[in-house]
Design a protein around this ligand. Structure first.
Ligand code: EPU
Length: 354
């Protein structure tokens, strides 16, 4: 394993925010990870915090503990009967490399999730989703290390309790289980998942006949759509969608629809609730393309807070988050919840908040 002390997180998260971490460990196997919870890890600063590709993480200051980074790579086809396959991928495998591999094999199931940054393990924790698919739809089991008993434990898909940007690992299991590998059920028979209108319309205009589509065709189309809407992490730092899309009661939706702001985009959600795109609420509060010092709201997708100059500080990001939440609450009575995870941190002595 590789241990790094007092590191800058700027190049280790897609946001590119400058903040320090007391320690970072790259581990390459289950045994190495386990050993960190015994004498080998005794002198490592606490708390321990598992990190994936750093693509959904917002450092809120200097992190005093140890970031545990999985370098468990690789994959294995456990079964393949020609129609469907069970594939196990290591938690540290880059998500999009796994998607590319599956598409090239002609396997359906994860193609709508193309080009999402991050690793396989984090995808299973966050239940990443896009264009009408979620990782949880294809996950059959998740193998973890239980850091309390130091034994491995495998969770079935049902035990993972997947919901919109939700899982057992983000909820009840948080802090106790670290993902080692994820097993997916992928199929050659299923065909494309076309529930997301813009994707379906784009495929129809590009290919006409949807019967002969391949997973690679869908992947290329998803990649093209993402490139028009979302910043390329290599060019503009961000954590992707900064907020979840909120679900509100019917009454609240009716009140917003009666405000005279035109058609309010909305989708049915669980429990009779109505999901309203956070991007629409944020845009209507005037934030689209807004700048506050080094940070801003992406002009093509206001759900994304960007590191506009590359010099953003944790205090600036948190101040903009607060400003957006307060404005949306005041105007629409809707509480926005960040979907990007806050890495607990201590603000440096220099006061960065505005
Ligand atoms: N909209 C606006 N103004 C805009 C952009 C969007 O009002 O400038 C409204 C429109 O009504 C649009 C709606 O927002 O129809 C939805 O926009 P979009 O399809 O871009 O998706 P989203 O709901 O904003 C979610 C995910 C994205 C994912 C896309 C595509 C969340 C938090 N985000 O965004 O995920 O790529 O759908 O499926 O659910 C991520 O998690 O990092 C991420 C990028």
């Amino acid at each position: 394993m590789d241990i790094f002390r007092d590191i800058d997180l700027r190049d280790r998260t897609t946001f590119g925010i400058s903040a320090r971490a007391a320690c970072w460990v790259d581990y390459h196997s289950e045994d190495e990870l386990r050993s960190l919870f015994g004498p080998d890890g005794a002198d490592l600063p606490r708390p321990f915090f598992p990190i994936g590709g750093g693509s959904n993480l917002v450092p809120t200051g200097d992190f005093p503990g140890t970031l545990l980074h999985s370098c468990i790579r690789g994959g294995e086809v456990l079964e393949d009967d020609g129609d469907a396959a069970l594939v196990e991928a290591g938690a540290g495998e880059p998500w999009d490399e796994f998607v590319l591999w599956a598409c090239r094999k002609g396997l359906w199931g994860v193609e709508n999730l193309s080009l999402i940054p991050g690793d396989v393990g984090a995808a299973a924790v966050q239940n990443i989703g896009a264009y009408g698919s979620e990782a949880g739809d294809a996950i059959v089991s998740v193998r973890c290390l239980d850091v309390k008993t130091l034994s491995p434990r495998t969770f079935t898909g049902a035990e993972c309790a997947y919901g919109y940007r939700e899982s057992f690992f983000k909820g009840e299991g948080k802090g106790r289980y670290i993902v080692l590998s994820v097993t997916f059920h992928l199929s050659r028979e299923n065909g494309p998942t076309l529930g997301y209108k813009h994707l379906k319309d784009t495929l129809i205009s590009k290919y006409g006949d949807l019967e002969s589509l391949t997973p690679c065709d869908v992947r290329e189309t998803v990649i093209a759509i993402r490139r028009t809407k979302l910043p390329d992490p290599a060019e503009i730092g961000s954590a992707g969608s900064y907020f979840r899309n909120p679900c509100v009661g019917e009454d609240r939706y009716e009140a917003i629809a009666a405000m005279g702001l035109g058609d309010v985009p909305h989708f049915p959600a669980e429990g009779g609730l109505v999901k309203i795109p956070a991007a629409w609420l944020i845009e209507k509060c005037g934030f689209k393309g807004a700048r506050r010092g080094n940070v801003g709201v992406y002009e093509k997708q206001p759900l994304v807070i960007i590191n506009a100059t590359g010099e953003a500080t944790p205090g600036e990001v948190l101040a903009l988050e607060r400003e957006i939440c307060e404005a949306v609450k005041a105007r629409f009575g809707v509480t926005l919840i960040p979907e990007a995870e806050h890495l607990p941190g201590v603000q440096p002595t220099l006061n960065q908040s505005k």
